[in-house]
Structure formats: structure tokens, C-alpha cells
Design a protein around this ligand. Structure first.
Ligand code: THU
Length: 127
């Protein structure tokens, strides 16, 4: 079982590939599946700003398109110098796969852990 420190390290490594031509704000994510695999992501910006995709969703779409459906934890880091919490679109996107997901935040010196249930209480579930 992978520990949270190594998941944070993978998120930092993934952040190096961030394409942030417009904001300069780099984000990295590392998503641990229940089967023990790790999928990483970085934010990818676009000249049409709204077409930007966040690091968290990049990690998720890589995993989901590879057939993964069950997730344990996601580590999220940024170049911002503080904890970086996911935007509302990412919270909603991640909730599709369960709100017991653990989110690990690192500010460069300390780590915090939340569940998605804590960050998106009373999530909309249609079925
Ligand atoms: N961003 C992420 O990748 N994840 C977050 O959790 C917050 C925001 C990106 C989107 C954009 O490229 C940049 O950070 C500034 O908003």
C-alpha cells in the first residue's frame, strides 16, 4: 500500500509538466486507485481560457479511460506556496466515483487529509 508521502512526491513530479502559459500557476495531482495504480495529472491551459483542464481531472480521465473505476486517494500540490483545494467543477467531477475518496494536500512542509464528503457535502447523486 502506497503511503501518502510517496503520492505527494508523484504529484510534485507531475506538476513539472504543467502547461500554464496564462496563469503561471502550476498544479500536480497523483491519483491512487483501489487496485494500487497511480495516475498523475497536471493542469493544461488554453488560449480560450475556459478550455483549461485542471490537474485533478486530467489524472481522473487518464485513469477512467484506462478502465479504472475505484479510487482511494488523490494528492494535490501547486506552485502557489500554500494548500491548493480543488475547484467546484473538480469536486463535482470526482464525486461521480464516490465521496469517500481521500484528498491529500501538501503546502511544501505539511500535509492535510480530507474526504471528498467533507469538501462537497450533500453531493448530487442522480442514481
Ligand atoms: N487549477 C488546477 O489545476 N487545480 C485546482 O485545484 C485549482 C486550479 C488550475 C487551473 C488553472 O490552470 C490554474 O490552476 C489557475 O486557476
Amino acid at each position: 500500500m502506497m503511503n501518502y508521502d510517496s503520492l505527494v512526491s508523484k504529484a510534485k513530479e507531475a506538476m513539472k509538466n504543467a502547461y500554464t502559459k496564462y496563469s503561471g500557476f502550476d498544479v500536480g495531482a497523483a491519483l491512487l486507485t483501489k487496485s494500487g495504480k497511480v495516475y498523475t495529472g497536471c493542469n493544461i491551459e488554453n488560449s480560450s481560457y475556459g478550455a483549461t483542464i485542471c490537474a485533478e481531472r486530467v489524472a481522473f480521465v487518464k485513469a477512467i479511460s484506462d478502465g479504472e473505476r475505484e479510487f482511494e486517494a488523490i494528492a494535490i500540490v501547486s506552485s502557489g506556496g500554500d494548500y491548493t483545494y480543488p475547484c467546484g467543477i473538480c469536486r463535482q467531477f470526482m464525486s461521480e466515483w464516490g465521496t469517500d475518496l481521500k484528498l491529500i494536500f501538501d503546502n511544501g512542509s505539511e500535509t492535510k487529509v480530507y474526504t471528498l464528503e467533507q469538501l462537497l457535502p450533500e453531493a448530487f447523486i442522480k442514481f
